[in-house]
Design a protein around this ligand. Structure first.
Ligand code: CA
Length: 222
């Protein structure tokens, strides 16, 4: 497994590289945002740990441009406590999970492994009722028409499709779609289910997300 560590502080970068190598990963380091984007677009990495405050281009922009170029390598953002941005921003630009500094390497490794597992599971195309979704190209189609989804809406629909017909609790959705590190308002799930419903409704069709009172949500076909 090849990991790209994006970190401009040399001591921190060395520490992360050594720690991850001790876990059996192959590690490259990029010390600024432009170099990071170059590597991420061409290097075929299995995951990226991405610092936010970087010379030349910040981590948010690196992640945004990766996603815009359809590079779907899992990204773990390393956020500072009093950063300019918050975790919700990180998720909206297509990061998969985030970890607040300072963090322990044990936690970092556990999060990376979870992301790698998720990344491997997320390659096959999915379909249900009149919906189909391609994780590789990050495209979702309903009755032949492309659904214009944000990365987070896409991840939410993807998780519903994996679990089509099953009731999913808000806690499950939060953990799998927003990542174990999410510490914001859990009502974000309701908000995003609302966004996703609106997008689904924009194209007439059968599949919809139904509310299961007191339990959560379910993707149904009729
Ligand atoms: Ca930095």
């Amino acid at each position: 497994m090849r990991i790209l560590v994006v970190e401009d502080e040399a001591r921190m970068a060395t520490y992360l590289k050594k720690s991850l190598e001790a876990e059996g990963f192959d590690v490259d380091v990029a010390a600024d945002g432009e170099r990071a984007l170059d590597c991420a677009l061409t290097g075929g990495y299995d995951a990226v740990t991405l610092d936010i405050m970087l010379p030349k281009m910040n981590g948010y922009e690196v992640c945004r441009q990766m996603r815009a170029a359809n590079v779907n390598t899992p990204v773990l953002m390393l956020t500072a406590k009093d950063g300019e941005y918050d975790e919700a921003d990180a998720l909206d630009i297509g990061a998969d999970d985030f970890l607040r500094k300072p963090f322990s390497v044990v936690v970092l490794v556990a999060r990376l492994k979870a992301l790698l597992r998720r990344g491997q599971a997320r390659t096959a195309d999915l379909s249900f009722s009149d919906l189909s979704l391609s994780p590789a190209s990050k495209s979702a189609v309903r009755a032949g028409q492309t659904l214009p989804l944000t990365p987070r809406e896409f991840a939410l629909l993807e998780y519903f499709l994996y679990n089509a017909g099953n009731t999913l609790s808000k806690a499950q959705l939060l953990e799998h779609v927003w990542g174990a590190g999410f510490v914001g308002d859990p009502n974000v799930v309701e908000v995003y289910v609302g966004y996703l419903r609106k997008k689904l409704d924009s194209i007439p069709g059968k599949a919809r997300i139904s509310t299961v009172r007191g339990q959560g949500y379910r993707l149904v076909g009729e």
